[in-house]
Design a protein around this ligand. Structure first.
Ligand code: ATP
Length: 364
């Protein structure tokens, strides 16, 4: 079973909420649709579920075009939050509730409840009511209820958004393990990158109705394909410095002048691409990859330490070259003094060079 979207488009009047997206989600795969508010995630999910009619393009479930099928005929499970349990029903009754609509026999319902409670380890609490459950148990029951109908795929819209921070953390791991064991495609909508990075097999990053990148969490983080993805994924945000190529030795070494005046020389893998002198680029480096040294370095710029924020094991420092704020995350033992001058280094292999035509060059 797979979910395939082909050139799927949704327009609301003049607004294109979802713009010709192509996507395939495989058997047992958990795909997170991740993006800022209003980028079209929920509308995409609703088109898969049949709650919204596609303006153009196709929704294909298990090889079959379902655009014209009503939601109930698509056999998908869409759940908005793992939340509302019926307070007066026991766990077993809550789990069984969605099955009553399917006019199943008593023994069939019992068998399904048994199967789900085995999977989610609910056997010991089947006779309790929600008021007698710990929060984590309630969530497991809610997950169980949303998957008990044995649909061909699962669709979740911000499933963890109402939970407190600690419970979210517990649930992320729990949900991933459960969903991976079910061998069905799952799409989870979230605007929370940590949720996507921890739960997804692959992440589709959306902006303005389009998919900017689809890849594993690791690749989306380490090899963002454009400035938007680079800036959206990662906390603290990747440092992004506008610059111009001002020199090249033809052998891979390139000099960039950062807007504001300072220059630095970094190696570019010549196999990846070429830049013409005068080319406008954005240099990107993650706060944890930025290095500091007491001596000026060819592959860095001089900065002043503006603010030092201890974060426990690490320290976040805001550096400034007079024009740009540069975020540095370093081990807490590294001494940093507000107001002091420090030299930065953009080490080889850690710098991304985003060109104006959205090509990405990486340093060697
Ligand atoms: P959020 O996380 O805020 O829900 P989202 O990424 O899920 O954001 P959508 O809810 O899919 O985004 O909305 C995409 C765009 O379509 C938004 O600009 C939204 O205002 C618009 N939109 C969604 N539903 C409708 C509707 N029924 N009528 C008109 N415009 C709509």
């Amino acid at each position: 079973m797979t979910i395939e979207l082909k050139k799927l488009t949704k327009r609301f009047g003049a607004l294109t909420a979802v713009d010709a997206i192509d996507l395939a989600v495989g058997d047992g795969e958990v795909l997170c649709l991740l993006g800022p508010s209003g980028c079209g995630k929920t509308t995409t999910l609703r088109m898969v579920a049949g709650l919204e009619y596609a303006t153009e393009g196709e929704v294909i479930l298990g090889g079959k075009r379902v655009n014209d099928l009503a939601p109930r005929d698509r056999n998908v499970a869409m759940s908005f939050q793992f939340y509302a349990l019926y307070p007066s029903l026991t766990v077993a009754e809550n789990l069984a509730f969605p099955l009553h609509a399917d006019s199943l026999g008593k023994s069939e319902i019992e068998a399904r409840v048994k199967q789900i409670s085995d999977t989610l380890q609910l056997n010991d609490i089947l006779n309790r009511t929600p008021g007698q459950l710990a929060e984590g148990e309630k969530q497991r029951v809610a997950v169980g209820r949303s998957i008990i109908r044995d649909p061909q795929c699962f669709l979740f819209d911000e499933p963890l958004s109402r939970l407190d921070v600690q419970l979210r953390e517990e649930m992320r791991g729990e949900i991933k393990a459960v969903l991976q064991g079910l061998s069905k495609p799952t799409v989870i909508v979230t605007h929370d990158q940590l949720e996507a990075l921890t739960m997804a097999d692959r992440i589709a990053v959306m902006r303005d109705g389009r998919i900017e990148q689809v890849d594993t969490p690791h690749n989306v983080f380490t090899s963002p394909t454009n400035l938007f993805v680079a800036g959206f994924i990662g906390t603290p945000q990747m440092n992004l410095l506008p610059a111009t190529l001002t020199g090249s030795d033809g052998g891979g070494k390139a000099e960039f002048t950062i807007d504001g005046g300072q220059s630095m020389t970094i190696e570019i893998d010549p196999r990846i691409g070429e830049l013409q002198p005068g080319a406008r680029v954005t240099l990107g480096i993650r706060p944890r990859n930025l290095e500091i040294s007491s001596d000026p370095a060819e592959d860095g710029i001089s900065t002043k330490i503006d603010i030092v924020e201890p974060m426990g094991a690490e320290t976040l420092a805001h550096l400034s070259d007079g024009r740009h704020d540069l975020r540095l995350v370093t081990d807490w033992r590294v001494p940093l003094t507000e107001g002091a001058q420090v030299h930065t280094r953009f080490p080889p292999g850690a710098t991304h060079i985003f060109t104006e035509n959205e090509q990405v060059l990486r340093t060697t």
